[in-house]
Every structure is written in structure tokens, then in C-alpha cells.
Design a protein around this ligand. Structure first.
Ligand SMILES: Cc1cc2nc3c(=O)[nH]c(=O)nc-3n(C[C@H](O)[C@H](O)[C@H](O)COP(=O)(O)OP(=O)(O)OC[C@H]3O[C@@H](n4cnc5c(N)ncnc54)[C@H](O)[C@@H]3O)c2cc1C
Length: 391
């Protein structure tokens, strides 16, 4: 067993840490206040070759894999959960293509993500179907004018990166619309400028300002047969893309928790009270110690999950381990940001400090890409079915 990162991963970690401290940390508050897309940071990530971390070299990426992307997201999210999301969006919509897509799709859609000339988003959730994916209403029906072509109708909501996306990975019912079977659902690549694609609104949200979430409406959108991801009814395979995403979302949780705890720790060392500093009280030290322990536990779960995913181990039997990373790290992100606000007292509640921003930004992490309750359901199922067992 070796807990050390390879020299390449250590070098990447160092590079991203420096970029985060120099370019992201000074911009985080302003991005939140203006809610404007931080194109300058996107350009900096592109120039540092970080947009293709998880894309294989033959498709223009650096082939660093999920572990590399996990480390990079951890570093940037110490200062901005928005930039963590920006990096995450290089994998979320491309994952199903990398796992189940055709060679032609990989060549057409992956290199431009890696070199930053195109952006993509992922459309799974609907107003009436979030956790309950099988309840989706978006339908794809055969195109009478094109052999094996499809026509999409429906609405997707809360889609991250909706405004900047050049194309979407979208899921729709191709089978019986009332069916709850996964083989009634198919993944499609839809170019954002296809006739009938509309983006009518973006959400007013609590945090992670700067990258919009919003609605996509598909109104008789024609999709060519070459844009079907994998087989018709191949949703199960595409879902594996989500399993492999767990460490990447978890990385946002640990990075945010580390950033919040570091900030609060420095503050209490300098805050005088009762003739000493706040940091000198044992009650405060124990809170910091407990949080640091939870962060390290979440970090180990996350790194193991990334290591598994890079070996292609994201099928059913690995789900509990992957879900534990997402569940625990996102909960730790919320908890650490709450503690940071508390450790600063009133100052922590005010915009002069980043703690209230960490707190608002953390909150989405236990909801997105499978809520904490959904992850607990998957872990519970895994233990009951002995996918995770200890003898
Ligand atoms: C900021 C943000 C960005 C997002 N980005 C994207 C995106 O890019 N693409 C995309 O497709 N979606 C995106 N989403 C949507 C997200 O994936 C969904 O919000 C999530 O899957 C939960 O669905 P829901 O909100 O409909 O909650 P619901 O499914 O309505 O759940 C409501 C509550 O009930 C609980 N619950 C549901 N089912 C169960 C159960 N079986 N057992 C116990 N408890 C249960 C949930 O845990 C939750 O607490 C985003 C959401 C947010 C907030």
C-alpha cells in the first residue's frame, strides 16, 4: 500500500495550488457579487492545460485521469467552489461519451473541451424528476424523415453551465414514457444551436454565482443517429459516468472544507478575547481538531474513489465506496463552512470575510449529482447486498 502521490500528481497539485492562490483567491468575492462568468479564470485554466485533465491524450487531453482532476478541483475549491464547478464541467457531460460514445463522437466532441474552444453541460434533471431519474418526461421519438434519427421534446432544469454550453449531453425516454426501466432511457448529444433548443431562463440561486444554472427546452429538436450515445436504451452505461463522477464532486467538498477551516484557523489565532486569543481555548482547539480529522477522512475516501474510478472500477460492486466519498465529503464541506462562520462570530456572518460565501457555496454539494439521501440509499443497498462487507 502506498499513500504517496506520484511525482507527476505532486507537480500538478503544486501548479494548481499556485494558480489558485494567485488568480482565483483574489477574484472569488467579486465573482460572487457580480455573478458574471469568470472568463479570465477559464482562460487561465486553459493556458495551464487544466481543461483536458480527464480527457485521454488521443483526444487532445493530458490523460491525467480522474485522480488528476480530483486534485485540481480540491486546490481551486479552497478559494472558489465556482471554479471547482468549472473544472468539473469538463468531465460531467463528456463522461458518458468517454464511457459509451463512438470513436467519431470522441474525436468530434472531446478535443474542443480539452483546448477550451467549446463548453458543454449535462441535462438529466427535470422539474418533476430529480432524484427519481426514471420519472423523466423528456421524450425522444423516431424521426420519420431520417432513418434512425430522433426528435426530442421536453424540459431540463437546474443545468449548470447552461448559458456558456455549446452542446449538451441529454437523457430522454426512447421507450414507453411510463416505463421505469433504465433501458427506456437513452443519452444524446445535442448541439446548442440546433433548431428548437431554447434556454428561456436562468435560476436565481443561493450560491455558486458566476456559473449559471437554468432551463433547457427541447421543442421538436432533431438529433442525428450519430449523436446517440452508445446504444438506444443504453442509459445504464451512461449512468456509469455518474458513478465515476463521485470523487470529482467529493473533491469540491474537501477543497471547500480545507479552505474554510484554514481561514477560520488563522482568524482565531489573531482574535483576542478574555486576555488571550480565541485559539488558546481548548473548546476551540477541539472543534478545529475534530473538523481536521473529518476532512482527512473525507480526503482518504475521495482519493480512494478517484483511484478506483481511474481503474475503471465504477460498476455496481464499487458503488458504496464511490458514494461514501461523495456523501461524506459534501457533508464535510457543509459542516466545515458552518464551523468557520461560527469561529469568526459576527465577522463570519459578514461579507468582509469569505466564510459566509463558503457557507452558501457549500450548500449545493449535498444536493447535486445524487443527494446525500440518495447516496445513503446506494451505500445501504451495497452493504445489504454484500457489495461492501468485511469478512
Ligand atoms: C446548483 C445546482 C446545480 C445543478 N446542476 C445540475 C446539472 O448540471 N445537471 C442536472 O441534470 N441537474 C443538476 N442539478 C439538479 C440536481 O441534480 C438535483 O437537484 C438532484 O438530483 C436532486 O433532485 P431534486 O432537486 O429534484 O430533489 P428531489 O428528488 O425532489 O428530492 C427532494 C428531497 O427528498 C430527498 N429524497 C428524494 N428521494 C429520496 C429517497 N428515495 N429516499 C430518501 N430521500 C429522498 C432528497 O434527498 C431531497 O432531500 C443541479 C442542482 C443544483 C442545486
Amino acid at each position: 500500500m502506498d499513500f504517496a502521490l506520484s511525482p507527476e500528481l505532486l507537480a500538478l497539485q503544486e501548479t494548481v495550488r499556485r494558480l489558485a492562490q494567485e488568480k482565483i483567491k483574489p477574484r472569488a468575492r467579486e465573482i460572487d457579487t457580480s455573478s458574471l462568468y469568470p472568463q479570465d479564470i477559464f482562460d487561465a485554466l486553459r493556458d495551464a492545460d487544466l481543461l483536458g485533465l480527464c480527457i485521454p491524450e488521443q483526444y487532445g487531453g493530458s490523460g491525467g485521469g480522474i485522480m488528476a482532476l480530483t486534485l485540481a478541483i480540491e486546490e481551486v475549491t479552497k478559494y472558489s467552489n465556482v471554479i471547482g464547478l468549472m473544472l468539473l464541467l469538463t468531465r460531467l457531460p463528456t463522461g458518458p461519451i468517454m464511457i459509451a460514445g463512438s470513436e467519431e463522437q470522441k474525436l468530434r466532441y472531446l478535443p474542443s473541451i480539452a483546448n477550451g474552444t467549446k463548453r458543454a453541460a449535462f441535462g438529466l434533471s427535470e422539474p418533476g424528476a430529480g432524484s427519481d431519474v426514471a420519472g423523466m418526461r423528456t421524450r425522444a421519438t423516431p424521426d420519420p424523415d431520417v432513418k434512425d434519427g430522433w426528435i426530442l421534446n421536453g424540459t431540463k432544469c437546474w443545468i449548470s453551465g447552461v448559458s456558456q454550453a455549446d452542446w449538451f449531453t441529454v437523457f430522454a425516454k426512447t421507450g414507453d414514457p411510463s416505463s421505469r426501466l433504465h433501458d427506456s432511457i437513452t443519452g444524446f448529444i445535442v448541439d446548442a444551436d440546433s433548431p428548437g433548443v431554447k434556454r428561456p431562463r436562468v435560476d436565481k440561486k443561493m450560491g455558486v454565482h458566476g456559473i449559471d444554472t437554468g432551463e433547457i427546452v427541447f421543442d421538436d429538436v432533431k438529433v442525428s443517429p450519430t449523436n446517440v450515445i452508445g446504444d438506444v436504451g443504453g442509459f445504464r452505461l451512461a449512468m456509469l459516468g455518474l458513478n465515476a463522477m463521485r470523487p470529482i464532486v467529493a473533491a469540491r467538498g474537501i477543497g471547500l472544507a480545507e479552505g474554510a477551516l484554514m481561514y477560520a484557523t488563522e482568524y482565531v489565532k489573531n482574535r483576542p478575547a478574555f486576555g488571550k486569543t480565541i485559539a488558546e481555548f481548548q473548546g476551540i482547539q477541539w472543534e478545529i481538531a475534530k473538523m481536521a480529522t473529518e476532512i482527512e477522512a473525507a480526503r482518504l475516501l475521495t482519493y480512494r474513489a478517484a483511484w478506483l474510478a481511474d481503474q475503471g472500477k465504477y460498476t455496481k460492486e464499487y458503488v458504496p465506496m464511490l458514494s461514501m466519498a461523495k456523501y461524506y465529503a459534501s457533508e464535510v464541506g457543509v459542516k466545515a463552512s458552518g464551523l468557520a462562520v461560527q469561529l469568526l462570530g459576527a465577522a463570519g456572518y459578514m461579507e468582509e470575510h469569505p466564510t459566509e460565501l463558503y457557507y452558501r457555496d457549500a450548500r449545493q454539494l449535498t444536493i447535486v449529482e445524487g443527494t446525500s439521501q440518495v447516496q445513503l440509499g446506494l451505500i445501504g443497498k451495497g452493504v445489504l447486498g454484500h457489495d461492501m462487507w468485511w469478512d
